[in-house]
Design a binder for this molecule. Sequence first.
Ligand code: HPA
Ligand SMILES: [Zn+2]
Length: 336
Amino acid sequence: MRDFLQRLPKAELHLHIEGTLEPELMFRLAERNHIALPYADIDEVTEAYRFRHLQEFLDLYYQGMDVLRTPRDFHDLAMDYFVRARNEGVMHIDMHFDPQAHMQRGVPLASVMQGLLSAVRHAERTLDLSVGLIMAFLRDRPVAEAAALLEQARDYWPYLSAVGLDSAERGYPPGRFADVFARAGELGLARVAHAGEEGPAAYVREALDELGVERIDHGVQCMADEALVERLRREQTVLTVCPLSNVSLGIYAAVTEHPLPAMWEAGLNVTLSSDDPAYFGGGMLSNHLACAEAFGWGKSTFLSLGRSAISAGFMPEARRQTLLGRLAEQEGGSGT
Ligand code: HPA
Ligand SMILES: [Zn+2]
């Protein structure tokens, strides 16, 4: 199964590039930028990565990214992950990034964009990996700041696939960002939002109705609302589900407790992603393996999930056909 899951051409639709910062790279960048870290060594970092809820993670996530200062840092961060992901059979990534988290500590938007865009170009040329860019707004920061960021990013609009909404969820209903998302829609950008991760099912509905999103990141809390499940099933809204993330943040006690099998049974359009692999115990392959082990899913289920993700990824149509073709090759050889 491991070989099959590794070879399976995968599209990862929910990935925060800042959440791919492995402790090794954090130490390397801290040294390069002469920054003192609050950790003595890598073991201390790993020890600190025990979270009871989303906010505890976010505190360390925003702290960790302080080592990212220059375009070269962002380039190295992204390439480091792209190489790892490619070795796990990932062929496409829709990558969230959090400009406000960098700008509020004095890193210019241009540094973030130059570094990430050069890594994306390099990966597309050398790794046979396609990448979509999702510029995320921090929902626990002022709406006006998000609106200003969208305008400030004018030079980069042609390079963006979508806007997203992330950070602390409870108490920050998505509807507050309706105008910003409407503007993004006018600009021709796709829209996605985190909703129903820790927050209530009502936030999922609100993201659909007031932000016009075409995908929901996480969305697992929808299972508490039968009518919403029925709507998500009818509309086949893509949900980017991240099982190891949900367990790491204490939303479920173990992968065996995760509602993914129930979501699948309910006919929801689920896909698998890793969210913040450096913080949550592994990337795409680990997430797939955890599901295989916990749910006993066979090859045909993973082929189907993989097809859903490729079908929904922000990539050119020709690339989509290539990846669907690669998936079909695996199907032919999978014996299912
Ligand atoms: O899992 C997450 N949830 C919300 N915001 C985030 N920003 C990075 N990761 C996350
Ligand atoms: Zn996320």
